[in-house]
Design a protein around this ligand. Structure first.
Ligand code: GAL
Length: 458
């Protein structure tokens, strides 16, 4: 985001080395977008799919994974990439990078990453054919046949109703710039909620927190910014509490907002916004630990560091306690989870809507100190790994009933048309256990984009 990022928009294809020492506990995998590029290779025809036994499907998937692993898929070079010597001639513009092309709506490369509506995942109408495979970048339709609008989101598993609720930014509006140098934006519409019993079929529960049309002084006035809403349930108060990034169009307000509801499907009552610990807060998330304590994690000090602090017992505010993390590392889009006593966090770099390299961090205490492990992306090729498969982290969902299994949710932003940013689940990391489970299930193939690689480093 131009206003607050001092870093170049387009990244080179750098890859951070993973620390083997620290990657022994969690089994990472991220979905490879190769599938999108080589579309025709990756669609299983209906007849084939039907006649395939689980064993055959598994073998076929494993074959594809091997191909991805061996980095046989390549992106074609950007359209105007030429002889590097020629490029160095005085006055010549640098050729666009793959990320530039990805962001350029007129580029064929862009289209590869944003496949058309006729390839959408359609759980209701396409249930048993090839459309039942999720993979990154595909439009994902809800039970009404409409694209899911829940960006920068997170999933709450509600034990009381055995239901998943997916909350996210509804960006179903026109993309424009508030100022010529401002970030591409869509007016605040509100927070969408979708419910599901199986993480595959999502029913639209509507806007559970609405933007404000008239009152220009209201935080939720459409001209402002509402991003990255997350909801947790408070066992003591029986309330559902939503935290979100609240800002003005220039990202100078840098605050968090809080809303509350008696029901997971709202309506949520907006309470207030503030700068937590009197500090700037932009990209943020909340994390509820196994002991019921919850924490706010946010990018601060011009996004140069992250802050973490416990919420009050009712989750409606922060306490005075705060620790600074990843100082001078310039990270945002934090997504936290816990596995066997270790806390993990995935973050992105600060390049606005443009994809960049993810990093994983770990800590034995959620308040830190946090250690940076390296880029958690595996599979695909260098280009995919260094761009988080052209997406940005937003949430990690522990899979209920499957300890050690997690689903990584990310946004593939389309800044020239934010409404068309693709489903949050652009990538998945899971462990082998869940992989086995998914292969046995009819339609719980959700986290497995075609080309997902399951890696275990222990
Ligand atoms: C990103 C951030 C998004 C949004 C965007 C605006 O860095 O993660 O949530 O704020 O900038 O440019």
């Amino acid at each position: 985001m131009g206003m607050r990022s001092r870093h170049p928009k387009a990244l080179g294809f750098r890859c951070y080395p993973a620390s083997h020492r620290s990657l022994t506990l969690v089994l990472w995998s991220l979905a490879a977008l190769v599938v999108v590029v080589n579309f025709h290779l990756l669609i299983i025809h209906k007849e084939e799919a039907e006649s395939m036994s689980t064993h055959e499907i598994r073998r076929s998937i494993m074959r594809e994974l091997e191909v991805v692993e061996e980095e046989k898929f390549r992106l074609s070079p950007p359209r105007s990439r030429r002889n590097p010597r020629a490029v160095r001639r005085k006055g010549e513009k640098k050729p666009p990078t793959i990320v530039d092309e990805f962001l350029d709506q007129s580029s064929a490369v862009h289209d590869m990453f944003f496949p058309e509506l006729n390839t959408a995942v359609d759980p209701i109408n396409g249930g048993n054919d090839s459309m039942y495979f999720y993979y990154p970048g595909r439009i994902w339709l809800d039970t009404d046949g409409k694209p899911i609008q829940a960006h920068g989101g997170g999933v709450l598993y509600d034990k009381r109703t055995n239901t998943y609720f997916w909350y996210g930014e509804n960006k179903d509006g026109k993309t424009y710039k508030a100022h010529s140098k401002g970030a591409d934006r869509v007016d605040i519409i509100g927070v969408s909620c979708y419910s599901s019993k199986d993480l595959w079929t999502w029913k639209n529960e509507g806007l559970v927190l609405r933007g404000e049309e008239k009152n220009v002084t209201h935080d939720l006035h459409k001209s402002n910014v509402l991003e990255r809403p997350k909801v947790i349930y408070n066992d003591r108060t029986g309330k559902y509490v939503m935290w979100m990034h609240i800002d003005d169009a220039n990202y100078t307000k840098a605050s968090v907002g809080v809303a509350v509801s008696d029901s997971p499907t709202g309506p949520f009552t907006y309470l207030y916004s503030k700068r937590p610990h009197d500090c700037e807060s932009r990209d943020m998330t909340i994390f509820k630990d196994d002991d019921g304590k919850a924490y706010l994690i946010y990018s601060s000090e011009d996004n140069s560091e992250l802050h973490i602090g416990p919420l009050t017992d009712d989750y409606l505010d922060v306490t005075d306690v705060m620790r600074r993390l990843l100082i001078a590392q310039h990270r945002e889009a934090p997504a936290l989870f816990r596995h066997e006593g270790t806390y993990y966090m995935v973050t992105s770099g600060c390049t606005g809507w443009a994809p960049n390299t993810a990093l994983a961090h770990a800590a034995t205490s959620v308040m830190g100190p946090w250690e940076t492990l390296g880029n958690p992306c595996v599979g695909g090729n260098e280009v995919f790994r260094s761009t988080t498969f052209f997406s940005q982290s937003t949430f990690v969902l522990p899979v209920p009933g499957l300890p050690g299994s997690f689903i990584f949710m990310a946004d593939r932003w389309n800044p020239s048309d934010l409404i068309d940013s693709r489903s949050d689940v652009d990538a998945g990391f899971v462990n082998v256990q869940f992989f086995e489970f998914a292969l046995k299930s009819d339609k719980t193939l959700w986290p497995f984009g075609r080309g997902v690689v399951v890696i275990h480093s222990s």
